[in-house]
Design a binder for this molecule. Structure first.
Ligand SMILES: *[C@@H]1O[C@H](CO)[C@@H](O)[C@H](O)[C@H]1NC(C)=O
Ligand SMILES: *[C@@H]1O[C@H](CO)[C@@H](O)[C@H](O)[C@H]1NC(C)=O
Ligand SMILES: *[C@@H]1O[C@H](CO)[C@@H](O)[C@H](O)[C@H]1NC(C)=O
Ligand SMILES: *[C@@H]1O[C@H](CO)[C@@H](O)[C@H](O)[C@H]1NC(C)=O
Ligand SMILES: *[C@@H]1O[C@H](CO)[C@@H](O)[C@H](O)[C@H]1NC(C)=O
Ligand SMILES: *[C@@H]1O[C@H](CO)[C@@H](O)[C@H](O)[C@H]1NC(C)=O
Length: 346
């Protein structure tokens, strides 16, 4: 008989505690300083009760004693919290403009016409700052890089961004295109990103090329400018020009200049040959492909002279009057007769 009674009481107690309950959707929140959070919450009580009052509390250590203090009496929470629940089953709370001091345990309490009830459980809220760091911050291409997001939260899910794009791995071998500004965020709150930190990736000169500025064809006596271009970080700061003559059997290279631009004010045939630019920064150096310069004798004028001279000589021979006429007459007659009608001379 007694056994049955105890059983009945226990059963009753279970029913009662099931009827009276507060449930938090999440037990833990990790939130970035300055943002806001909604602590999602629902509560239950026997159907014949009705709710008169609700309140949220924070667990606080006061004079060495752990107490629950109503948010509404705490000046630091003034205008920063809002009850989003109701007097039925919803007890959600919104906290805004979160500060690190808001970190702690939060409790819900409600009062019906018969009982006041505290939530047994609490919600733990961590308010954190995010501090992105990169180790090391300056690397050479190929080095390992580790991204770290400093936070006071316990193992939050962190995501990384480089210049706004998601970075999938927080550890990687740096490539040239990994350079940029990195920031971290908590996955659930992507919009609250840490201050960015820059990753600088150094690499030796790449894509070294020579830009040639010259007349075409390149005639002796004209000028030519060779400009060395490259992609490098830091920018190339030393250049060497190498030359191999077209007229020499030896493949030996001569150093013919330094500086980004190689100028030859007046080219000669001997300048014909291949040119190579070598660009260098503190990481390393590399060379351009060979550039061939072919200098041509100013043959145009020679050809004209060679072609025209015999004609002039022949024509002069035929046209010259074989008389003893005065010098002036002679010149006049050449100018008049020959320049207009040379074929008529004979
Ligand atoms: C009830 O709870 C939800 C979240 O679970 C919240 O969005 C909503 O605003 C709450 N309040 C009411 C009155 O529905
Ligand atoms: C870089 O990381 C890889 C694995 O990600 C590892 O195998 C390698 O040894 C690391 N290199 C250095 C220099 O630490
Ligand atoms: C990174 O940020 C700095 C200044 O904050 C800016 O000068 C630089 O251009 C940024 N880099 C990239 C790749 O956006
Ligand atoms: C080098 O040239 C290649 C091909 O044109 C290009 O894809 C690459 O981005 C260049 N590298 C750099 C660092 O500019
Ligand atoms: C190449 O030559 C032209 C005309 O002589 C000049 O306008 C131009 O600036 C030169 N370019 C370079 C890169 O020297
Ligand atoms: C090129 O090599 C050949 C044979 O080795 C030699 O006879 C000739 O003189 C060389 N020419 C020059 C310009 O050095």
């Amino acid at each position: 008989m007694i056994k049955v009674l105890i059983c009945l009481l226990l059963h009753q107690a279970e029913k009662v505690s099931a009827a009276w309950s507060v449930t938090f959707e999440n037990q833990d929140y990790c939130v970035v300083k300055g943002s806001s959070v909604e602590l999602k919450c629902s509560y239950n009580y026997p159907d014949d009760e009705s709710v008169r009052e609700t309140a949220w509390y924070k667990g606080m250590l006061q004079d060495g004693i752990w107490e629950r203090v109503k948010l509404s009496v705490l000046p630091t929470y003034k205008n920063r919290f809002a009850y989003r629940g109701d007097h039925v089953h919803n007890c959600s709370l919104v906290l805004q403009d979160l500060q690190e001091d808001d970190t702690g345990y939060y409790y819900f309490w409600f009062d019906t016409n018969r009982f006041g009830r505290n939530s047994k459980r609490s919600v733990y809220l961590s308010v954190t700052e995010l501090k992105a760091s990169i180790r090391p911050r300056r690397v050479s291409a190929g080095d390992n890089v580790t991204l770290e997001c400093g936070t006071s939260c316990q193992s939050p899910r962190i995501i990384w961004f480089r210049d706004g794009h998601i970075v999938t791995e927080p550890e990687f071998r740096a490539k040239i295109q990994d350079a940029g500004n990195y920031s971290c965020a908590i996955e659930e709150l992507k919009s609250m990103q840490s201050d960015p930190v820059a990753l600088d990736v150094w690499y030796s000169p790449l894509n070294v090329s020579v830009e040639v500025n010259r007349s075409s064809p390149l005639l002796t006596g004209s000028s030519v400018t060779l400009t060395c271009r490259s992609a490098a970080n830091p920018a190339a700061d030393a250049y060497t020009w190498w030359y191999s003559s077209s007229f020499s059997n030896s493949s030996s290279e001569l150093q013919v200049g330094s500086g980004q631009v190689l100028s030859i004010a007046s080219v000669e045939l001997a300048h014909s040959g291949t040119y190579i630019c070598q660009a260098e920064n503190r990481v390393g150096q590399s060379r351009s492909a060979e550039v061939l310069l072919t200098v041509e004798e100013t043959v145009g004028i020679i050809i004209i002279i060679l072609l025209v001279l015999p004609v002039v000589v022949v024509w002069a021979w035929k046209c010259l009057p074989h008389s003893d006429a005065g010098k002036e007459d002679l010149i006049d007659s050449i100018a008049f007769t020959c320049s207009i009608t040379p074929p008529l001379c004979s």
